[in-house]
Design a protein around this ligand. Sequence first.
Ligand code: ATP
Length: 544
Amino acid sequence: MKGLLSLMASMEKIVSLCKRRGFLFQSSEIYGGLQGFWDYGPLGVELKRNLKDAWWRDMCSGHNEMVQPAGAPSTFDMVGLDSTIIMHPQIWKCSGHYDMFHDYMVDCRESKKRYRHDQVRGRWVSHQEVKVFVTTMAEADEEQAEIQHRALKYFKLRPKDAEALVYDGPSTTLDTVDEFSQVLGPDAKTLGTLTEPREFNLMFKTTIGALGGEEDYAFLRPETAQGIFVNFKNVLDSSRINVPFGIAQVGKSFRNEITPRNFTFRSREFEQMEIEFFCHPNSSQDWYRYWRDRRLAWYQTLGLAPESLLMREHAAEELAHYSVGTADIEYAFPFLPKGEYGELEGIAHRGDFDLRSHMEGKLDPSTRPMVVELDEFGKPRHRGSGRDLTYRDDITGERFTPHVIEPSAGADRGALAFLCEAYHEDEAPDENGKPQTRVVMKLHPRLAPIKAAVFPLVKKDGMPELAQEIYAELKRDLAVFYDEKSAVGRRYRRQDEAGTPYCITVDTESLTTQTVTIRDRDTLEQTRVKIGELAAELKRRISG
Ligand code: ATP
């Protein structure tokens, strides 16, 4: 292919392609939309489903418990679970979400808007001895222009006077500013309108049953993990598996995020793919390292570029209250400033915090070793289940509370990263051999919503009939698409935009030799194969 331009697309182009081609729509769009909620269109639903299926197959159903994977401390078992979204409210008290699952937010007294403290960005700007922290919620590529525009307006300067502004340091987040009196809020005209940061619980509250009293409240789960912990004993008793083993779960989670933004990156309803891996305390650090490295490799296998991925180990002060170690797998999303990465997945060593909290009552995270947090009467602040969640090793006879390693991934953030990575613009010749800019989604064949499109070259001479026969045959176990409308070059382009890795064309030669061409989306190479060998050839290419 000549003149490969392969540009890093701006987010705008990706967002517009997602809407135009039916990957993602804003939820409730005809009513003006609902912030923080997204719908997956016909192509998007297949992409996300393929991503979840790949995760489930690679992590859970395809796992061979008799073989020790490279880097794993030993062989292990993997099983699945599907727990409910609404669970007993006590679970969130013992897990710590009820007391501690919060963000800090600031309110603006002038605009009446609410912002997440660590997401408001700004810069110190001075003019004639007056120094102001000018903030904005604009996306990274518009941030500086917006800050300048607001600073000029505040100091009553004209655009041509921009040089009269003196900047002190690069842009930074509001949580680096101690005093708000000199802060110009993102939507304010006067200084000092932002309140001190306040805690905000992110769990959605709901009521169970018709009466709806205080006794009947419940929460939509903010993570799938707790459903696994509270089923630990059920799974153990019903599956005849031994520690070490993992329980995998995929499902919806809900967080009332204060500032949902960056497309689907921070949504209020999203899907998680989580594993809780139970192991002996002595080998837990080795398992932590194993899962951290394995999960990073997984994203690369499915096509995320190694240079766009980052493994970030949390510093001690950043660790969650229960965690002995946490690493985030981060991706260089195009909506972030250059050099910044956004979390795709967290891998946390949770120690025995969860099982013990559900057994004994919520532990006090500030104690070492952790003991149950007590109220003013010396009783557990949040009562545990009282059930025995320890494990007895049949061979050694040892009884212990397993430690937990949790690789917790977001299916929506994953889908978004793969969409961003896939977006390319290059040049390809059109029907007349003239180079044209082409938008192509280079999705891994396992993730691609449509695996192959089947075209008759022209709508006559028996080509549509043969193409339809091939389509019907392939459709039995592959996601394929049939198209006979418009010139074949345009049909190719439409499939390139949808990320379809292979296009199969029935031409004149097909009728006499019982062969078709397969066009490769990325190399544009066309190879001729026998119709009888087509299905096997496609499957080989998709899984390879
Ligand atoms: P963040 O710091 O970005 O809010 P987090 O550290 O709170 O994320 P976890 O609680 O570790 O996230 O959740 C595990 C995974 O779930 C994240 O890595 C992410 O992929 C996904 N996730 C969490 N919150 C959201 C959200 N609001 N929208 C979409 N995905 C999310």
